[in-house]
Design a protein around this ligand. Structure first.
Ligand code: V4E
Length: 224
């Protein structure tokens, strides 16, 4: 399993030039559609679990209990989420969160092991889509200071009119997360990102605009 360590930043109009100046190389552009799912009482997101279908592929991002709001300085600016892409594992985690166990609630025998998530299973879990938007993403790669690997920088433009940048490193679980945090800080410094203020992600802005009750509950629970 992998852990995503990331720091969001506000994109200024010069960002593409700045990226080229520091040696980042454009790694391509893509467009994707995200749909996020939760129960009516927000069993997943209020625990900081994010179930997403991106262009047909399922993913569950799970809080690691650290990151935004939970640290100081550079660490506090970064978030960390475990990423699960195996559908049987996603189903097991979601079932435990929604129904509190793996028994009857998991559905028919074999349902947990199935390789896709059916509409029937979503209904059984009382899950429905609460957010749907399309993103245009421009990705850049930058060699890190220690020449050990590359840091990815994504510039995202969502179809509801919000742009955000993201410095991201994916590490294997158990890998030195502190090293990833240092690399992200180095990259932020190279890009001249000095702000210590939390930057809103696409989801923050989407919920604030279109789902204010859900947004208020997440703010209240210190998830966003
Ligand atoms: C909302 C949220 C999550 C869902 C995914 O959010 P994000 O990583 O911003 O989306 P995206 O499109 O960049 O995904 P990627 O392509 O990198 O996989 S995961 C955690 N949250 C909550 C959250 C938070 N606590 N703080 C901030 C700044 N944003 C989101």
């Amino acid at each position: 399993m992998s852990v995503e360590v990331e720091r969001k930043f506000v994109c200024d109009p010069e960002i593409q030039k700045t990226l080229k100046d520091v040696g980042a190389v454009c790694a391509g552009q893509r467009q994707f559609e995200d749909q996020y799912f939760d129960t009516a009482d927000f069993s997943l997101t209020l625990r900081d679990f994010w179930l997403r279908r991106r262009d047909g592929c399922w993913e569950l991002k799970c809080s690691t209990g650290s990151g935004i709001h939970k640290g100081n300085g550079a660490e506090g600016m970064c978030s960390r989420y475990r990423e699960i892409t195996s559908v049987p594992r996603i189903k097991a985690e979601v079932t435990a969160l929604v129904k509190g166990g793996f028994g009857k609630a998991a559905g028919d025998h074999g349902e947990l092991a199935a390789s896709d998530i059916s509409d029937k299973w979503l209904i059984e879990m009382n899950l429905s889509c609460f957010a749907k938007f399309t993103t245009q993403r421009c990705s850049f790669l930058l060699q890190d200071e220690e020449n050990e690997g590359k840091v990815r920088i994504d510039l995202d433009q969502a179809d509801f009119g919000y742009c955000v940048g993201e410095i991201e490193i994916i590490v294997s679980e158990g890998y030195d997360v502190q090293a990833a945090l240092r690399k992200i800080e180095d990259t932020a410094n190279k890009l001249g990102l000095t702000g210590e203020q939390r930057v809103q992600g696409k989801m923050d802005v989407y919920l604030q605009r279109y789902c204010p009750d859900h947004y208020a509950k997440l703010l209240n629970a210190h998830i966003l």
